[in-house]
Design a protein around this ligand. Structure first.
Ligand code: MAN
Length: 346
């Protein structure tokens, strides 16, 4: 069920990271409990105020400062057909640059910034186009952040960890390009750590969900493909895991996003085997959520519901999601109901 006062956060609710920038979108938050409160780690996408006759976009320079690239909008070498991407002279850039912002709440719907908890920015050349869509997994007392690091070298997965949300340990790129949608499981299975991730294979293969395992959280191996896209269905073009799968009596419940050839993003569910989560026991035939509310149909990039964060309390999943790549919303789902529907889809 969608929260009646959605969206819960819009670009107007935060100040830009610097005066020369404008917040274009708030989206795809990681979610966690800390200090007795619900916290969101929000993806904030910014760009310079656009001026007549030119297209401008932000990048981090070699000294890690935001610099602005400007291109004449009349240039024949400019392709703006996708609002998220600027193709210019054969290279691709992003129209916006994202960083991550922390907000907390005592009721799960009204969020505020707290002094002392600063923003998280890209930190080097591997993040020069920004950092995005961060999953947060609380594992053995430490919060692990797995996010998309975007740069000219490609789109990769980077990891940081923290216990106080003030000081962070950097693990560097844990998966090279092209890869995103990475989440750690929130407990070990046997003596191994597990992650779900989404490499893209442009020629043979596709945008499928994979699993990997590790003994030390730094080195990941035994990669196996968990699930593929399905021709002719709502998840025909690309799929990617949400956040840490939920342990239930029947196996691991994983919420994932799926998009079709028209870039319509819906959410579905999979049930993974408890002892061997590379095995899919059941998968949604129909989406568990699809764009239908006005804020999900139009925005920065319309027809998108995308999640990478939720909190579970008994049967209730408080799911936070980005709608139309523009605003942040909440919906409450029931673990039991999703499992029941998955049984029908067997
Ligand atoms: C796609 C979309 C964007 C994202 C880029 C880079 O174009 O998912 O939201 O900014 O990839 O990850």
């Amino acid at each position: 069920m969608r929260y009646a006062n959605n969206p819960i956060l819009t670009p107007r609710d935060l100040a830009p990271s610097q005066e020369s920038m404008k917040i274009e979108c708030l989206l795809n938050p990681g979610v966690f409990r800390f200090d007795g409160k619900t916290w969101l780690l929000i993806r904030v996408a910014e760009r310079p105020e656009q001026r007549e006759g030119e297209i401008s976009f932000p990048l981090l320079d070699d000294a890690n400062r935001i610099t602005v690239m400007r291109v004449p909008s009349s240039s024949p070498e400019l392709d703006l057909s996708d609002p998220r991407v600027i193709s210019y002279k054969g290279s691709d850039y992003l129209t916006t640059m994202s960083h991550l912002r922390l907000m907390s709440s005592t009721d799960g719907v009204r969020f505020v910034e707290e002094p002392g908890y600063g923003p998280v920015f890209g930190s080097d050349a591997y993040e020069s186009y920004g950092i995005e869509d961060c999953r947060v997994t609380l594992l053995e007392g430490t919060y692990y952040l797995t996010y998309t690091a975007v740069a000219a070298n490609g789109v990769a997965v980077r990891m940081r960890s923290t216990t106080d949300w003030k000081r962070f340990t950097d693990y560097g790129l844990v998966l090279p390009p092209h890869n995103k949608d990475c989440t750690l499981f929130d407990e070990r299975i046997g003596d191994l750590y597990y992650m779900l991730h989404r490499p893209s294979s442009p020629e043979i293969g596709g945008n499928y969900i994979w699993i990997a395992e590790s003994r030390d959280l730094r080195h990941w191996g035994n990669h196996r493909c968990v699930a593929r896209t399905r021709k002719g269905m709502w998840d025909s073009a690309r799929i990617g895991a949400g956040c840490a799968p939920i342990r239930t009596g029947e196996g691991w419940l994983m919420i994932y996003h799926g998009a079709d050839g028209d870039n319509r993003y819906c959410l579905g569910a999979m049930l993974l085997d408890a002892a061997d989560p590379s095995k899919v026991l059941a998968r949604s035939d129909r989406p568990i959520m699809e764009p239908s509310a006005p804020y999900e149909l139009t925005g920065f990039f319309g027809n998108v519901i995308f999640t990478n964060g939720h909190l579970v309390d008994g049967d209730r999943i408080a799911l936070y999601y980005g709608a139309s790549d523009k605003v942040i919303c909440r919906a409450d789902l029931s673990v039991g109901e999703i499992l029941e529907n998955l049984r029908k889809d067997l």
